[in-house]
Design a protein around this ligand. Sequence first.
Ligand SMILES: Nc1ncnc2c1ncn2[C@@H]1O[C@H](COP(=O)(O)OP(=O)(O)O)[C@@H](O)[C@H]1O
Ligand SMILES: [Mg+2]
Length: 218
Amino acid sequence: MIEVSNVTYDYPTKAGIVHALRGVDLKLEGGKLYAITGRSGSGKTTLLSLMAGLDTPTSGTVFVNGVDLAKTDQDRFRREQVGMIFQAYYLLPQLTAAENILLSYEIGKKKEKPDVNALLRAVGLTSFHGKKRSTQLSGGEQQRVAIARAIAADAPILLADEPTGNLDNENSRNIIAILKRLAHEKGKCVVVVTHSEEIAGEADVRYHMSDGRIEARD
Ligand SMILES: Nc1ncnc2c1ncn2[C@@H]1O[C@H](COP(=O)(O)OP(=O)(O)O)[C@@H](O)[C@H]1O
Ligand SMILES: [Mg+2]
C-alpha cells in the first residue's frame, strides 16, 4: 500500500542543513499495525509527514498503491486516503468535541455519517464530552477526540504520531486495541509512532529509527 523508496529529507536551517532522513526504505501493507520507535530527533515525525503527503522528499519516492505521491494531488490524497493523529491535537477550539469528530467526515465527503456517540464511547468518552468545546477538555480527553476524528474519516491509511503520549495506561491500551482492530478487521494500514515499548509490542511489525535511518525490529 505504501512504499518508501530511498527517501531523504533535509531541513535547511540557518545553522546548516539538517539531514532528517538519510535513505529510508519501507514497505507497508493494509491489514497490519506498524510501530515505529526511536529517540527524539531520529526522524519519525518527518517520515510520517512524507507518508501523509504533507511534504515531498528531498530525494527518493513515496509510492501509494504504486503511484508517486509527489506527482499526484496531495491535498486530495490526504483528504481521501489518510487519517492523521498528531502529537499536538489540532482540534478546532470554537467547535464542540462532537463537531470536531464530524469534521473529517465532512471534509472527506464520506457517504455514511459516523455515529459520533459510538466513536466517543470507543475512545472512552461519552456524549457529555461531545457537547463540550475542546478547550474545556483535558489534554488526554482532547487526544481521544483527535483519535475519534481520525477514525471517523474512515481512511485506508491511519498515521498516528505518539497518539497515547498524554493518556494513562488503561486508555493507551484501549486506543491501541482500537487501532489494531481497524487494521485487522477493516484492512487499514495503521502506523503508530511511539516511545512505549508496551505499545510497540502490540504491533504486527516493528521498526526502529535512529539518526534518519530505519531498520526492522523483532
Ligand atoms: N521544521 C524543522 N526545521 C529544522 N529542523 C527540523 C524541523 N523539524 C525537524 N527538524 C529536525 O529534523 C530531525 C528529525 O526530526 P523529527 O522528524 O521531528 O524527529 P522525531 O519525530 O523522531 O523526534 C531532528 O534533528 C530535528 O531537529
Ligand atoms: Mg516527532
